[in-house]
Design a protein around this ligand. Structure first.
Ligand SMILES: Nc1ncnc2c1ncn2[C@@H]1O[C@H](COP(=O)(O)OP(=O)(O)OP(=O)(O)O)[C@@H](O)[C@H]1O
Length: 208
């Protein structure tokens, strides 16, 4: 199973709950703003601890409250592309990518920097600083940094919500290639139904 997740988290006066049991390579978490989609990604990444539940991805158990299993984020091997990207502003695109590369243990390095740059079409941007990039270019650099870290799966938080229609299609095509050519399971957050249709995603509703 690609995603086998059942968790709850109390935040303020609401309870965030998610149940995902899927063999699909791309599963979309869909729901209104504030429903808890980012919180679910944070729990899968190991940045926020669920109150209770179980998280397994690609057959690897990452968290189980009943068995007292709670792998730290660096042992979960997830490539997390945050909604605000979090590129290092004072470093070049190449340095941002190398940061990801350095995180990857040798046995999980399935792509080199040149290959990732070619795959994502960012080879001409390597000397630029993030602030000089367009939204779509910055998104591709953030995805590249995540891929270079040798992930076993990807967490993508609203990766196209800030882009115009043309750039949106460009990034969705990249995401479809990551799913089809690299075969990485992807957990994808959106509140836009057009993206679900475009990606043919399996949909899990959160909150609402
Ligand atoms: N660190 C925190 N402490 C307490 N409450 C939080 C924290 N982070 C988020 N929340 C609350 O948890 C709820 C879910 O937030 P979350 O960001 O997961 O939702 P979301 O579905 O991703 O929303 P959006 O689509 O707007 O990004 C919100 O009510 C939010 O205010």
């Amino acid at each position: 199973m690609s995603f086998d997740i059942d968790l709850t988290l109390r935040r303020g006066n609401r309870t965030i709950a998610a149940r995902i049991a899927s063999h699909a390579r791309l599963v979309a978490l869909f729901g209104p703003s504030g429903a808890g989609k980012t919180s679910v990604l944070d729990m899968v990444a190991g940045l926020v601890r669920p109150d209770a539940g179980r998280i397994a991805v690609g057959g690897a158990l990452l968290f189980d409250s009943a068995q007292a299993v709670n792998l730290p984020p660096e042992r979960r091997a997830c490539g997390y592309v945050f909604q605000d990207l979090r590129l290092f502003p004072h470093r070049s695109v190449a340095q941002n990518l190398r940061y990801g590369e350095r995180l990857a243990p040798p046995e999980r390095r399935f792509m080199g920097l040149d290959e990732v740059a070619g795959f994502l079409g960012i080879g001409h941007l390597l000397d630029r600083r993030p602030r000089s990039l367009s939204g779509g270019e910055a998104q591709r650099v953030a995805i590249g940094r995540a891929l270079l870290a040798g992930p076993r799966f990807l967490l993508l938080d609203e990766p196209v919500s800030s882009l115009d229609a043309a750039r949106r299609e460009e990034i969705l095509a990249v995401i479809a290639r990551i799913r089809d050519e690299l075969g990485l399971p992807i957990l994808y957050v959106t509140h836009d139904e057009r993206e679900l249709a475009r990606l043919g995603a399996e949909v899990v509703a959160i909150g609402g």
